[in-house]
Design a binder for this molecule. Sequence first.
Ligand code: AMP
Length: 459
Amino acid sequence: MCGIIGIENNENAAVLASAGLITLQHRGEESAGITISGKEKMKTFRSMGLVSALFNEDTSINKLQGTAVIGHVRYSTSAKNSLINAQPFQITCIHGNIAVAHNGNITNFLKIKEMLLKKGAIFNHTSDTEILLHLIAMSKGSLADVTAKALQKLEGAFSLVILKDKTLIGARDEHGFRPLVLGKIGNSYIISSETAAIEVIGGKYIRDIMPSEIVVIENGQIKKSFFYKKPKQQHTCIFEQVYFSRPDSIMFGKIIKEVRVKMGEFLADQMKGIKADIVMSVPDTGYYAALGFARASNILFENGFVRNHYVGRSFIKPSQNLRDVTARLKLRPIKEVVNGKDIILIDDSIVRGTTSRRLRGVLKDAGAKKIHFVLSCPPIIGSCYYGIDTPTKDHLIAARSSIEEMRKYLGVESLTFLSLDNLVKACSFADKKDKVFCTACFTGKYPTKISKNTYKEGC
Ligand code: AMP
C-alpha cells in the first residue's frame, strides 16, 4: 500500500506536500520521496524510512525551489524493499523530465514488461510503476494523450500522480480500486490519496477523481479532465474503510470514523445478549468499532492497552523476525484494567493470526478471565491483487481454518467476525447506489480476471 500527493501552482508546494505526506504516513513507512519542479530543473529526493528522514542539511525542505510537487510514501513486500524502488520515479525522455508516483498494483505488469524488454527497454527498478514511464516515453503527443494511451494498456489498480514542469496529472484505474481525491488551497489544486491530507494543509476537499478519469492541472486551473477508457463498475477497496484509511478521511461522503462506529454497532447487534465487564480495542484501528460496540451494548469501554508510538505498524516490517519483535514492543496491557475481567476485545482484522494469538497471551498473563475476540470485518480468505500486501492464501489463517478452529488456535472464549452484509451496510451511502466495493479478500470473487501470471506485488 502507498500514499500519494500532488500540489501545483504554490510557492510552498514542497512544505505543503511534505506535511500532506506525513498525514499519509500510515499508508507506508518504508520509503518516502518527493519530486519538485516549476522553477529549477526537476529534482527528486527519495529515502528509506519515514517522511521525516527525507530532509537533512543538504536537502532542507525550505531550500527546495519549485511550485509543483508530487510525493509518495511506500509500503512494500520484502523483495522490493530498497531505495531503488522508492518513488517518485523521475525520467528524462522525448517529452522532457517526467515523474510519477503510484498507489496500487498493475496486474498485467509482467506481460507488458516482457513486451517492452523485447523492444529493447532497459529497466532500473523492479517495481510495476516503471512500465508506465516506458509506455509514456515511447508514445507521441501531449502529456495528457500519452498518459491516456499508456493507461489504456494497464490492468489492475492504479491511482497516480504525474508531474512535468508545471503540469500535474491525477489518474485512476477503471474500477477505482484505490482512492484518489481532488482538493484546493487558495489558487492551487491538490491531489491526494485521502481527504485528511488535504485538510491538514489547510485545503478543501472538492471531489473524488473518478474511475478511468485523467485530470490535467496547470496554473491553478483544471485544464482538461476526461475518461481515457469507459469506466467499469466501481470497485473501491472496502479494506480502506476497515483498516487502511485514516478515521478523519472522507470516503463516499462519509467520515470513516463514523463508518467504523457503525461496524461496532452492527457487531453488538450480531452478539446481542453477550455478557462482559469491559469492551477494549486493539489500538488504533479497532478503536471506533469498539466505541460503537460499547455504546450499542451498554458495556463499559476501557482503554486497556498502552501503545508504544515509537514502533511502526508491526505488519509493515518486512521480515517475520522483525514483525515479532516490533509486535511485542507495541502493545502492553494495563493489569489494573484487565485483571479478573471478561473482555470483549475488538480489532479490525485477522490476517495470519499472529497478532490476535499474541494479544490473547498477554491479556491472559495480565489476569484477564475471558476474552471474546471480535473483528470489524469478515474472515480474510483471499489475497489482494489490487495493492494491499496480504500474504498468499496459504498464509491466511481464515483460508485454511473454520471459525471454530481459529477460535481454538487463538485460545479465546468466542470469536466473532462482522458479517459481509453488515460491513457493506456500514460502508454504504444512500445516494450513490451505483458504486460498489471490492470485497474480494472476503469472498474470493475478484472483479478482474486473476490467473497464475497475475502480478501481485505492486505498490
Ligand atoms: P495478523 O497478526 O497477521 O493476523 O495481522 C492482523 C493485524 O494486522 C491486525 O491487528 C490488523 O490491524 C493489521 N493488519 C491487517 N491487514 C493489514 C495490512 N494489509 N497491512 C498492515 N497491517 C494489517
